[in-house]
Design a protein. Structure first.
Length: 202
């Protein structure tokens, strides 16, 4: 029996174009009403995908690799790490990537750089306004405000896998234990989850 691949993340660039990534190098692109496979030349699990429309899409891998689609071709990005990269978020000016052992990387379109992190494995990253947020395996929530990372008490030590928000005063973080946190601009509070083990939020 053929083994099916697990899809990890999906990013919808427009109503007519989307990208999905998963285990053993699985990369899919939705266009013209159907899904088609994309070869990135790797069998490593692809952990996360995000972009700005369809001409600036970044996908990250378990091997520390990252790839960018410019609307025509996929190219490898020089991350300088072999740590697994579990999360990516693309803003109008740069891509943020986070992963194992507190790895935090940025790509500005021409070069990549390492931002000071911590030793907690980071699973998700999200940018809103001038702030960038990351969440980790030990319940850590971290905020970048342009010059340094600040650890914000979350009230939990449960793993957090993903976060999303509509503004700097409306952020949500979720984890596999069923935990849901909400940030109101000054503090995190616990909310009730509608599902037992939310993996992601968007």
């Amino acid at each position: 029996m053929e083994e099916l691949e697990e899809l990890r993340r999906i990013y919808a660039a427009t109503a007519a174009e989307a990208f999905a990534c998963g285990t053993r190098g699985t990369m899919l692109r939705f266009v013209a009403g159907g899904w088609s496979p994309v070869s990135l030349g790797t069998t490593q699990s692809l952990e996360a995908v995000h972009g700005r429309l369809a001409d600036n899409v970044v996908v990250t891998a378990a091997s520390g690799a990252a790839y960018r689609y410019d609307g025509n071709v996929w190219k490898s990005l020089p991350t300088g790490t072999t740590n697994r990269l579990d999360g990516v978020f693309v803003t109008s000016s740069e891509a943020w990537m986070v992963g194992d052992f507190g790895t935090i990387l940025t790509w500005d379109g021409s070069s990549s750089g390492t931002r000071t992190g911590n030793i907690e494995t980071l699973n998700g990253v999200f940018a809103v306004g001038s702030d960038v947020w990351a969440v980790g395996d030990e319940g850590g929530t971290f905020r970048w405000k342009g010059s340094s990372w600040q650890r914000i008490p979350s009230g939990t030590t449960e793993p957090l896998w993903s976060l999303w928000g509509s503004s700097g005063t409306d952020l949500w973080a979720v984890g596999p234990s069923g935990i849901v946190l909400h940030w109101d601009g000054s503090a995190w509070s616990t909310r009730t989850a509608p599902v037992p083990t939310p993996r992601s939020i968007s």
